[in-house]
Structures are given as C-alpha cells and as structure tokens.
Design a protein around this ligand. Structure first.
Ligand code: BGC
Length: 762
C-alpha cells in the first residue's frame, strides 16, 4: 500500500473541537444571577466557613436521635452546627436527610444547605444490573432510563448527588471494579458516560427528581498495575489521552456537575494531588466549572503513598491541585484554615473551590428550598414503584449476552419438558443484587428459580447442589469459598439424570467483584467446575447461566456445554429477565463490553491492541508476538454476542474512496435478518488508521447502532465518520487528524473482517 502522507503534514485540527467546545460552553455557561449570589455569600463567609464547605462527612449515626457521647459523631454534630460541613454522604431517607439538613440550615450562622451524596451506582433501592452488565446492552436509551429511575428513587429519599457514573476504562478482568464501569472501550465508554449523566441529571438539575452526577475516578484507576486494587498506575501519555480520559471529557461536555478523583497515583503523583489532571486538563483545557470531590480519605492516603509528609502538606497539595472537597478525610477541616492564615495558600484558592460547590447547590435549587428532596409522599410513591420495576426488568433483559447456542438448545420449549435447575445461585435472592447496593434490602432479587417457576408448562426439578460460598456475604468482608464440602453433588447428578434439559446457574457471588475484590483466578470459583463436569457426564444437554461481575475464563464450558448465557448480576428483576430469555419471550441482543480471556495469563487482553512489529500470522512459528501455550485469540472478543436469529452483513459502501480532512466519510452497510424470529443486532463500525505518527490500534470502535429486524427483513445502516472520530491524541495530548490510508470494518463483533478502504488527504 502506498503511503500518501508525510508526517510533516501532520495537522492539528482545532476545528474538530468547534462542535464539542460549543456544546461544552453551553453546558458550562454560568448563570449570572447565581454567580452574583455566590460572590455575595463569599464576602460574608469566614475562612473557617469556607473550609467547612470543602468538608464532607459520612453519616453513620442515627441523626434523628441524640448525639452519641464522645467519638467522632459528636464532633460531626458540633461541626454541622458551626457551619463547618458542606456535605454529608450515606445519610438517607427523608426523615434522616431532613434532620441533618435542618441543622445546617437552621442552626448555622449562614444557613447554607448541605449537598447530600450517595453511591447510587446501579439503582438505589430497586436495583438495575451492575453497570458492566448494562454496558453489554449497548442500548443508550435504556441505560439513560435506568439512571433516570435510579435518580427518581434516590431523590425521593432525600439524596441530591450520586457518586456515579464510574467511567474508568479497564482492560483487566482481575480488577474487581470492572463491574462498576462500561468495560474496555473508550468510545462505548464515552457514549455510556453521557447517557448516565443525562439520566441522572436530566434537563433541569433543580427538578426534584434529578440529582447531580459525579464522573469518577479521575483518573486511570482502571489501570491499576496487575489488576490489583488500589495499586500503582504507570501508563504512557498515549493511553492516558486516548483511552483513559475520553469518557471523562465526554461526561464534562455533557455537563456533569462533579468529578471524583481516585485512590491511585498516576506516574508517581497521587490523583488527589495531581495538578496536571485537575488544574491543567479538567479545569483548564476542558473548562469544567463544577467541583471535584476526593475519594474516601484519599487526601490522607497521599501520606501513605509517600507524597505528602503530613496532613498539613496533604491539605496544601490537594487544595493547590484542585481537589475541592475532602471526603471523610478530616484533612481540610484540620489544616486548611491555618495554611491560609500562614499565607501558604491564597484565600483565592478557597474562594474558587467554595464557589464551585455553592454553584452546584444553587443549581440543585437547595437555596430556594433545602427540603425539596424531602417529600415523604414522593418517597412512598416512587421507591419500588411499578414504573421503576418495569425499567429495571427491561434493562436486565437487554444486558444478557448469549455466548453459545449449539443445536438451538435455546430457547427452551415451553411445554412437555422436564427441566432440571441446578446450583445454589439459582435460588439465591441476594447474590444477583451484585456489589454496590447500600440502600437495597438484602435478599430482594427475584431468583432464577422464582423466575422459571412462572413458566408452568414444564416440570421444573430444582436441586441446589453443594454450597459454593460459606456464610452470608456482605460488602465489608471477603466472600468465603467452599473448596471442600461436596455434599449435594450426588443429588444434583440424580436430578440431572431425570431431565430433558439441565439449566445450571454458576459463577461469582455478587460480592466477589466490586471495590477491594481483585482476583488472580478467573475460573468458576469454589467447587463449581467439578459440579459442572459431574452433571455433564450424566446429561450433557446443559444450559449454563453465568452470574459474574467480570469476564471469566470458562474454557472447559465453552468446549463442552452447548448453551451459555451471560447473565452477570442483573439486580432486583434477575429471575424474571433470565426466565424470559431462556424461554424465548425475549430475544437476547447483548454484546460483550469487555474481552473474555482464555486464561489469566492473557490479561490484560483487549480488542484495540497494537499490531507490533511481529504480529500473529498463521505462517509464523516461533518468533512472533504470542504465547506459546495458548491460542492467540480471546475466548470471546469484545462486541461479541449471539441472538436467537441470525444476521447477514453485505455491501459495505463508502460515499467516496478519497476524502479531504474535515469532510464527512459516509459508510453504509446492509443488514439482513436471515433467521426465523425478530431480533436486534448491535451493528458495530471500527476503523484502522494504517500509518500514523503515533501508531494506532488494529481496530477502534467509532460507531454502533442497535437495529431490530423481522425475519427476512433488510435494512441499510448509515454511519458518518468525521473530525471527532478520525483523529487521535498525540503524545502531548493534542488532538490531531493525519492524512493517509484507513480501513473501515462493519460487523457484529470486534472480530469482523468485512471491510472497505479509503484515503484521507490534506
Ligand atoms: C469509593 C468511591 C465511593 C466512595 C464513597 C470509595 O471507597 O472508591 O467510589 O464513591 O467510597 O462511598
């Protein structure tokens, strides 16, 4: 192929920012009336009161009761009364929020209302699927709706700020918090970030059923070395600008009102004290005018990291770096006022942080009515309402990914069958709620057993089999795994023998992923593999339903088990969603948002890798980039997922074969439903920029569309590639588009080989 570009023609396309910048400015536009009020308030505030606004406390005591004697709760009450607290987290329920707000508004000198934060990660009381599962839907409307419902429930409970969405990209399934994000891809991750921000915040932040969102964790937490929680992050500028930052930028452009920084250090500087990230990029280049909250005591952790010598130094570094609020760290409240009085920090730094915090409080309408999120009637009416349940059920069905369906074993016949349902997770009403569910009651998920019992045409034989996990699992302790007690396997085998089809629900406990839950093994935990193999020996007609919060390496199952359904942790409506998919009342259309490895040694494994100088090639033997003991490919690639129907792609067409930089590149493809039932397909478009001043990945997702087709129906799908999608960030963080040769791929997964080619010319 002829290289028609010289690098000297590298063009920094500032134009490409015009649109997004215009959008950004619209979102960032300050309301002059609010700004005036902020300035007026600032002039009345003492240094201590300003520091107070930058101080957030966790509320773990019963605020409607008397203050406990001694201890930090008493101190928190005292600080609240002095106006030294700007925000509380995890206080919840109208009664509790009202009580704490009353102190801030009625007992303090200036009566500045609190902003009430909470981890509304995948629903509040009624739970949606975990975020990684939702991402598998690729359905931005459904994801937005899910966030909208979560905001409706949370705001009815007094909350007006969520610590979500988490927009950390992760390529490492070992990292437990992969469950909280949208997977490995920055393009999909950015779209989902926007959908979630819009869902939480709506069009009007001051409406009583919307809440402020918080894009977290800024930045690069998903790249913790070896997937180990809270670990060092050491990544290059190319990965930082092209992979890590885009979802944050998309959230900022969509008007997200707050960001949370992260526990990790980035290239030697803790995120909380990172001037480059927070001042230069976020508040400088991106023009963000909301505020940044630290992660839980992350100011203090700068001392442990070996960056700040003591709390005073931590306060100085964090404030200068633009961390506006200290979450439960007691660093600002103890140190900041003195730093200002000593002339070490200018009061203007405080004024800027406080203005940002007050701005969001004004926008939420808290100064007009501090109790606007505290309506007992709304609380009763909205939490757990039919509307919320319908939305989370819809989201749960859309999140399911069909990984394998040999001999069309699925969907199950509705009558005349004996179905064996096996596995402790099948009757579990707690685990499917997943991690991060602080407000939800335990054991409130519809289990798979309950879901399947609603289909009465078949005989359902349930056998729990052995316990996989020991005791009750919860957020604060590690899940205990049963590796020895095999009682129950015999009964499972006997039940399987009697059945036409065996449905086995296996996988991780809901608390095996999430914060602090990194794993070095990605197989089925406990004695589940043994159970699966034993049952297979007597009845291989198995449908394996997976429950998990991260990609798993299930090689044996992939080789032997005819049908595999990825059902993640689907939240409150789990059993109904799974049953409807198994029985074909819902045709699955999910696609994986994260690559499934064959073994842990392949991790990190992701579809948008670099070609290397010695890429895999079937004729190559030893001296090429590969592992000698495992196939080069993943078990299931990014973007992969089946349906009960089949689709055919044809006619990838480009409007031209040569385009000027700045022109739109129009791509079309025809999709046909070649099966027997109506189905949805996520049509995915990838590009490859063949030669660049900074090498580009072998494929990059740049467009997708969810298309529903009846049997035999065809549709032409149109995509446009433009300035926003044809460039990349160079190693100094500037966005560039370079002329040269491109390939464009359109298909049903990242492994698609349907392609066309075009040139970009100057
Ligand atoms: C987590 C954050 C969370 C915060 C408050 C931290 O441990 O990293 O994501 O928002 O706690 O619960």
């Amino acid at each position: 192929m002829k290289i028609i570009r010289t690098y000297s023609l590298l063009i920094i396309v500032l134009l490409s920012f015009e649109n997004s910048r215009a959008q950004q400015l619209k979102n960032m536009k300050k309301n002059p009336e609010i700004e005036q009020k902020i300035q007026a308030l600032l002039t009345r505030m003492t240094i201590e009161e300003k520091v107070g606004q930058m101080n957030q406390y966790n509320g773990f005591w019963d605020v409607t009761g008397p203050a406990p004697e001694g201890g930090s709760a008493e101190k928190k009450y005292e600080h609240l009364r002095k106006g030294w607290v700007g925000s509380m987290l995890t206080v919840r329920g109208v009664e509790q929020v009202k009580a704490v707000q009353k102190i801030a508004v009625e007992d303090t000198r200036l009566g500045i209302p609190l902003i009430i934060g909470f981890d509304v990660i995948h629903g509040y009381k009624t739970l949606s699927p975990i975020p990684l599962a939702e991402a598998a839907s690729w359905d931005l409307n459904a994801i937005k709706k899910s966030a909208e419902m979560a905001a409706a429930e949370a705001s009815a409970s007094g909350i007006n700020w969520t610590f979500g969405p988490m927009v950390d990209i992760s390529r490492d399934a070992r990292w437990g918090r992969s469950m909280e994000g949208a997977g490995e891809d920055p393009f999909l991750g950015s779209k989902i970030a926007v959908a979630r921000v819009q869902g939480f915040q709506g069009d009007n932040l001051s409406s009583p059923n919307t809440i402020a969102a918080c894009a977290k964790h800024f930045a690069a937490y998903g790249f913790s070395e070896s997937g180990k929680e809270y670990n060092t992050v050491d990544i290059g500028t190319s990965t930082l600008h092209n992979i890590v930052l885009p979802p944050f930028k998309a959230a900022v452009d969509a008007g997200v009102r707050t960001l949370m920084n992260s526990f990790n250090e980035l290239n030697g500087v803790p995120a909380t004290g990172n001037v480059y990230l927070q001042r230069d990029i976020l508040k400088g280049k991106w023009g963000f005018n909301g505020f940044v909250i630290s992660d839980w005591a992350s100011l203090n952790e700068m001392i442990t990291w070996g960056h700040a010598k003591n709390k005073r130094e931590a306060a100085r570094l964090a404030a200068l770096a633009g961390s506006d609020m200290d979450m439960e760290g007691y660093v600002y409240i103890e140190e900041l006022a003195q730093l200002v009085k000593d002339g070490v920090i200018k009061e203007a730094i405080l004024d800027d942080a406080v203005a940002r915090i007050l701005r969001i409080k004004f926008e939420l309408g808290l100064f007009d009515d501090p109790y606007k999120y505290c309506d007992e009637n709304r609380e009763k009416e909205i939490i757990g309402s039919k509307k919320v349940h319908e939305a989370v059920l819809d989201m749960a069905k859309k999140s399911i990914v069909l990984l394998k369906n040999q001999n069309k074993i699925l969907p199950l016949k509705k009558e005349g069958q004996k179905i064996a349902l096996i596995g402790a997770l099948a009757s579990d009403k707690n685990s499917p709620l997943g991690s991060w569910r602080i407000a939800a009651e335990n054991n409130t998920a519809v289990s798979v057993l309950e879901g399947m019992q609603q289909y009465k045409g078949n005989e359902l034989l349930f056998e729990k089999g052995p316990d996989f996990f020991i005791g009750e699992s919860n957020f604060l302790q590690e899940v205990k795994i049963n590796t020895t007690d095999k009682s129950g396997i015999k009964e499972a085998i006997e039940t399987a023998k009697k059945a036409d089809v065996v449905v086995m629900v296996l996988g991780e406990n809901g608390f095996q992923s999430g914060e602090g839950r990194s794993r070095t093994e990605l197989d089925l935990p406990a004695i589940q593999q043994e159970l699966l193999e034993e049952v297979y020996k007597v009845n291989p007609n198995i449908v394996l339903v997976l429950n998990n919060g991260r990609p798993l390496s299930i090689n044996w199952a992939d080789k032997h088990i005819p049908a595999i359904v990825e059902a993640w942790h689907l939240g409150t409506e789990t059993g109904n969603a799974v049953a409807q998919v198994l029985y074909g009342d819902y045709n699955p259309s999910g696609k994986l948002p994260m690559t499934f490895p064959r073994n842990v040694g392949q991790v990190p494994i992701y579809y948008n890798y670099k070609n290397t100088g010695r890429p895999t090639n079937k004729d190559n033997n030893v001296f090429w980039s590969h592992y000698s003991d495992v196939e080069k490919t993943p078990l299931y690639p990014f973007g992969y997922g089946l349906s009960y129907t089949t689709f055919e792609y044809s006619d990838i067409k480009l409007s031209e074969t040569s385009f000027k930089i700045g022109d739109d590149v129009n791509v079309s493809v025809t999709l046909k439903n070649t099966g027997k039932v109506t189905g949805k397909e996520v049509v995915q478009l990838y590009i490859r920029d063949l030669y660049a001043s900074v090498t580009r990945p072998v494929k990059e997702l740049k467009g997708f569309e969810l298309v529903e087709l009846k049997p035999n129906e065809s549709k032409t799908i149109h995509f446009t590639l433009n300035k926003e999608t044809l460039g990349f960030y160079n190693n100094i963080g500037d966005y560039v588009i370079e002329s040269g040769e491109f390939e464009v791929f359109v298909g049903g997964s990242s492994e698609t080989t349907n392609k066309a080619e075009f040139n970009l010319v100057d």
